[in-house]
Design a protein around this ligand. Structure first.
Ligand SMILES: CC(=O)SCCNC(=O)CCNC(=O)[C@H](O)C(C)(C)COP(=O)(O)OP(=O)(O)OC[C@H]1O[C@@H](n2cnc3c(N)ncnc32)[C@H](O)[C@@H]1OP(=O)(O)O
Ligand SMILES: CC(C)C(=O)C(=O)O
Length: 511
């Protein structure tokens, strides 16, 4: 039988300590509801003594949450503890978390207290907190740089005073995994009555080791991990909830405990926190990054298509993604390309046609970072159109674009050998050029995409423009290159129209 690993989320408290991540009361309640939906055991909602706003936020979270314990943080001061006690009063299950620093540097330089005074204050704090609730957590702040003997002394005293959770913080992210794991093992072994309290850890990510240190502590017997969504938190952040939960779940062959988290709620929680705080999630972030379940290289795509577990240790659906992703790009192979064609309902009648389309795909992928489904439709259609003659050609283009004036384009194109002039205004020089061309061609197409890449560098770079047009269910890409991007744009537009030309003639016989 596996034991329970308690997940204590501190996104709303330590996460909010990230510069720029302040949340309103309503935002905290929305996030707390998502954490409850995810079945987080303890939600640290804030530091009630910090401000009236934070007091009200913790109170509002306490009043809204039924299934998770709601916790408020407090210094080892009676007034802070009273604020925390008041704030968590509406909770079905409330906790007070009190802390005081125990490292020599913090005691001497910051608190300016002797070790004896710190022990005395810690004991008083736990007793004050017990007047409000029997669920009291104590943290020796900066435990990661504290002397082990002193930690044993203070922790023994706070257990005696009524602390039910002993949280060991690596406040400045200084520890290494093996060292931190053995600290937890030592404390559990040496403190009398250590089994009366749950050992917890709270790791910071200054050396990128927050998750590794937390997991090492769990292997040494810690049964609560403090963590945050997306690893948000003071400085480099805290251990990320999604990584802790999924590591424990994925390596059940190693861990003797498991969490009660509904992992399918992880991605929605990540998105909610990112949206509210404005902190974007990096694409390569484990579990919740956009690329966490995406495969671009041919060998990997081939493996995953044959058997998912060749390159995936978790299922995307289990953490709340709709599915894993095959990203089509320059590293993709023929098997993935073929499979995407099947998904898109595109049938090529021979292996030669597939090879030709694949060659064009690779050429395009050399120029474009990611190839979308529309690109594949377009390049297959390009293949069909390879033999189509050039109906429209750019003869000349003159564009006038001035501050305060509406851009105006005069264009002459050759339509099947016959030169036709036209002019039009537009929202910009490119828009005016396209409108002038449309005066002649009247294609009635829809512009799906317009993009500019520079082929060479510098201010005289060759600009390559891609224009994607759609008409009657057909999609084509047109390309044009020139040092003048307005001319490149007109060429790209005409190139796309040429690919549709067979149809256009039928639609506009008088043109
Ligand atoms: C590691 C962590 O994440 S700890 C949590 C960090 N979170 C926060 O700080 C929350 C936001 N903080 C605040 O709003 C303010 O700092 C407050 C309201 C808590 C305190 O504000 P102020 O009273 O103006 O004090 P200030 O912040 O300037 O200094 C902190 C004081 O608390 C003392 N202190 C720090 N930690 C503790 C503690 N755990 N127990 C008792 N006293 C403490 C300091 O020694 C200092 O005391 P001093 O004023 O006698 O020198
Ligand atoms: C209050 C404690 C747990 C803390 O945030 C830290 O030490 O980092």
């Amino acid at each position: 039988m596996k034991s329970k690993l308690i997940i204590f989320d501190t996104t709303l408290r330590d996460g909010e300590q990230s510069p720029g991540a302040s949340m309103t009361k309503e935002e905290k309640v929305r996030i707390a509801r998502q954490l409850e939906r995810m079945r987080v055991d303890v939600i640290e909602a804030g530091f009630p003594a910090a401000s009236n706003g934070d007091f009200e936020s913790v109170k509002a979270v306490a009043a809204s949450i039924k299934d998770s314990t709601v916790c408020g943080l407090a210094r080892a001061l009676e007034r802070d503890i009273e604020r925390a006690g008041e704030a968590i009063k509406p909770a079905v299950s409330g906790r007070i978390h009190t802390f005081i620093a125990t490292s020599p540097i913090h005691m001497e330089k910051k608190l300016r207290m002797s070790p004896d005074q710190v022990v005395e204050q810690a004991v008083k704090a736990v007793k004050w907190a017990r007047k409000w609730t029997d669920n009291v957590e104590f943290s020796p702040e900066d435990a990661g740089r504290s002397e082990t003997d002193f930690l044993c002394r203070i922790l023994e005293a706070v257990i005696e005073a009524g602390a039910t959770t002993l949280n060991i913080p690596d406040t400045v992210g200084y520890n290494l995994p093996q060292q931190f794991g053995s600290l937890i093992a030592t404390l559990r072994e040496r403190i009398p009555n250590s089994d009366k309290a749950i050992f917890s850890v709270h790791c910071h990510n200054d050396l990128g080791l927050a998750v590794a240190n937390s997991l090492s502590a769990v292997l040494a017997g810690a049964r609560q991990v403090e963590c945050t969504i997306n690893g948000l938190g003071e400085r480099a952040g805290n251990a990320s909830l999604e990584e802790i939960v999924m590591a424990v779940r994925t390596r059940q062959d190693i861990f003797t405990c498991d969490t009660g988290i509904d992992t399918t709620q992880i991605v929605p929680a990540s998105r909610l926190v990112s949206g509210i705080t404005g902190f974007a999630v990096q694409p390569n972030k484990a579990i919740v990054g956009a690329n966490a379940f995406a495969h671009e290289s041919g060998i990997h795509q081939d493996g995953v298509l044959k058997h998912r577990e060749t390159y995936e240790i978790m299922r995307a659906e289990d953490v709340g993604w709709s599915a894993n992703k095959m990203v089509m790009g320059k590293h993709s192979g023929r098997n993935a390309f073929r499979s995407r064609l099947v998904e898109l309902g595109i049938e090529l009648d021979s292996e030669e046609a597939l090879n030709a389309a694949f060659a064009r795909f690779k050429d395009l992928a050399d120029k474009k970072h990611e190839i979308f489904d529309e690109d594949i439709h377009a390049l297959v259609s390009d293949e069909e159109q390879a033999m189509v003659k050039e109906q429209f050609k750019l003869v000349s283009l003159r564009v006038c674009s001035e501050t305060g004036e509406t851009p105006h384009a005069q264009v002459t194109i050759s339509d099947g050998g016959k030169e036709k002039p036209a002019e039009a205004d537009g929202g910009g020089p490119v828009d005016a050029s396209f409108k002038a061309i449309e005066v002649i061609v009247k294609s009635g197409t829809e512009l799906l995409l317009y993009s500019v890449n520079n082929i060479t560098s510098g201010t005289d770079a060759q600009g390559e423009v891609t224009v994607r047009l759609s008409k009657g269910g057909r999609i084509v890409n047109g390309q044009g290159a020139d040092t003048d991007i307005v001319i490149a744009s007109a060429k790209a537009y005409l190139n796309a129209l040429n690919k549709l030309a067979g149809k256009l003639e039928r639609m506009n016989p008088q043109v």
